[in-house]
Write a protein that binds this ligand. Sequence first.
Ligand code: COA
Length: 166
Amino acid sequence: MKITLDTLADADIPACHALFVDAVHTLGRRHYNEAQCAAWAPSGTMPDSWRDGWAKRLSRAWGVKALSEDGRLAGFAWLLSDGEFDMLFVAPWAAGQGVGTRLVGALVYEADAAGLAELTAYASHGARPLFERAGFTTLRDNLVWRDGVAIENWIMKKALPGREAT
Ligand SMILES: CC(C)(COP(=O)(O)OP(=O)(O)OC[C@H]1O[C@@H](n2cnc3c(N)ncnc32)[C@H](O)[C@@H]1OP(=O)(O)O)[C@@H](O)C(=O)NCCC(=O)NCCS
C-alpha cells in the first residue's frame, strides 16, 4: 500500500482518537481480552480531559501520521521529547502492510537526529515484534492498570548511536 508520512498536528487528534479506539478493539483484541480493550480504549466520544491530555503530550513530542493515497488516516505515532514512545496505532484496514514499521522508523530517525541517546517503548503484545525488528531490546514485562483492569505490555529500550555532523 502506498502511504505518505506527514507531521501530526493538534487538529488531527479527533481522527487519531477514532483510529485508536478502532485499532485497540480490532487489532489489540487479538492479544487482549474484551475487558482489557475496553479499559485501554473506552468507546464513544473523546472526553475533553483526554483531548487536553493528548494535546499536551503531543506538544512535547515528535508526531507523525500515515495517509493513504485517498487521504485517509492509516496510522499515527508520537514520541515524547524524553525518548518515550507514547502512541503507535494503525487502522485495521491498513494493518500488516508495514505502516507501523514506517511510523516507528520515522520517529527513531527524528530522535536520533535530535541527539537523544536512548528510546523507551511500552510495547503491546502486538507491537513487540515490530519494535524488535526496529532494534529495540525487551527488558521485562510490565503491567498497566486502567479502571482496575491489568493490561500487560513490554518495556523495551533502544540505544541511539547519534549522527556525526556533516
Ligand atoms: C501494533 C500495530 C501498531 C502494528 O501496526 P502495523 O502497521 O500492522 O505493523 P507492520 O505492518 O509494520 O507490522 C505488522 C506485521 O506485518 C508484517 N508486515 C510488515 N510489512 C509488511 C508488508 N509490506 N507486507 C506484508 N506484511 C508486512 C510484519 O512482518 C509484521 O508481522 P509481525 O509483527 O507479526 O512480526 C497495530 O497492529 C495496532 O495498532 N495494534 C493495536 C494497538 C497497539 O497494540 N498499539 C501499539 C501500542 S505499543
